[in-house]
Design a protein around this ligand. Structure first.
Ligand SMILES: Nc1nc2c(ncn2[C@@H]2O[C@H](COP(=O)(O)OP(=O)(O)OP(=O)(O)O)[C@@H](O)[C@H]2O)c(=O)[nH]1
Ligand SMILES: [Mg+2]
Length: 321
């Protein structure tokens, strides 16, 4: 899914946009009063339509939350909060209907007025009430603009192709491996917690296009202690993984002992009993010790072909590769 949400203006900028358009309206009538009545009516209509169209666009730009694939539903909840998002979209809908009602009512009142002063007063009051309605949802508009940035930056993940999720402790070499065996180009660094969100790369197995997801490093700790970054990794495992590639760094250069990494692997196996998991030792260029797993080096690109065979075998329980 690829979100393309347009920028969301705050209350002041939205009002400026509507009032600026309205200020350009001029209508002629037989008398000075009639000209002013028609002009003010056209202004009120312009403000009403500009706000209605814009707010409607904002409302429709956000995906229908309840129909989203599980991965996106969860990730939006982790990053933004589904209830908060729904509340703010609801506030936009409320302001859209409310401003329209106020402006249309004022336009009708305007028709009954005779003097220019009365007409101007109706318009000014309508503008004032409109401003006050929009100011009431300013926090929601600003929040939605922030959501827009977050949603537009989410990875474009397909939920229907073979998907391998790379998991493991921080700093073990997950991102480097993803960059070596797929089209993904995640950031690699010598410090832990480099990867802050789920990254994506693709690779081919025969005629099948497959997805490889790089995830933030996970520590061996209970779910309730996980931070939002780690929660994204768990969510990717839970809702997308056909195969988990669990990467170890047995050399300790990642900064975490092997026993802790093995405890995390056990925990993942327990939490996702239906997902196949393969275990691989990375950084074999530093330490070749045999732990009974395939050992490879992302840095020196050794044993990557064997790894691809393991991945292919691992996906066969679900896909005809
Ligand atoms: N010697 C050696 N270093 C490696 C190997 N693979 C990765 N590294 C190094 O290990 C460090 C961490 O690599 P990353 O790919 O960023 O690790 P990560 O698991 O994605 O880390 P987080 O995103 O923080 O969880 C970097 O300095 C890499 O260059 C390897 O096979 N051999
Ligand atoms: Mg990483």
């Amino acid at each position: 899914m690829d979100f393309k949400i347009p920028p969301i203006l705050n209350a002041q900028r939205l009002l400026d946009k509507a009032f600026r358009r309205a200020s350009k309206k001029r209508k002629e009538g037989a008398t000075k009063e009639e000209s002013r009545k028609k002009t003010n009516s056209a202004k009120l209509n312009t403000v009403a339509h500009t706000l209605e169209d814009t707010l409607k666009r904002y409302e429709e730009a956000f995906p229908s939350i309840d129909n989203l694939p599980q991965f996106y539903h969860e990730i939006i909840d982790i990053m933004i909060g589904i209830d908060k998002l729904k509340k703010s979209i609801g506030a936009v809908n409320w302001a859209k209907r409310r401003t329209k009602r106020v402006l249309m009512e004022s336009a009708r009142n305007l028709m009954k007025k005779e003097t220019i002063e009365e007409m101007e007063q109706i318009r000014r009051q309508a503008y004032g009430r409109t401003s006050s309605i929009l100011n009431q949802i300013n926090d929601d508009l600003e929040f939605l603009d922030d959501c827009k940035k977050k949603l537009n930056s989410l990875p474009d993940i397909q939920t229907d192709i073979p998907t391998v999720v790379v998991a493991g402790y921080p700093n073990v070499g997950k991102s480097l491996l993803v960059s070596k065996i797929s089209s993904g180009k995640p950031k690699v660094a010598v410090y832990p917690f480099t990867t802050k969100e789920v990254g994506i790369g693709h690779f081919e197995l025969g005629y099948h296009k497959c997805q490889l997801l790089d995830t933030p490093g996970l520590l061996d700790r209970p779910d309730e202690q996980r931070n939002d970054i780690e929660k994204q990794a768990v969510n990717a495992l839970e809702s997308l993984a056909d195969l988990i590639l669990f990467l170890y760094d047995p050399t300790g250069t990642c900064g975490y002992p092997l026993e802790d990494q093995e405890a995390l692997a056990d925990e993942i196996k327990e939490s996702f009993p239906d997902v196949k998991l393969i275990e691989v030792d990375n950084k074999s260029d530093i330490d070749e010790k045999d732990n009974g797993r395939l050992h490879m080096s992302a840095l020196e690109e050794s044993n990557l072909e064997k790894l691809m065979e393991l991945i292919k075998e691992g996906l066969k329980y679900k896909y005809d590769l």
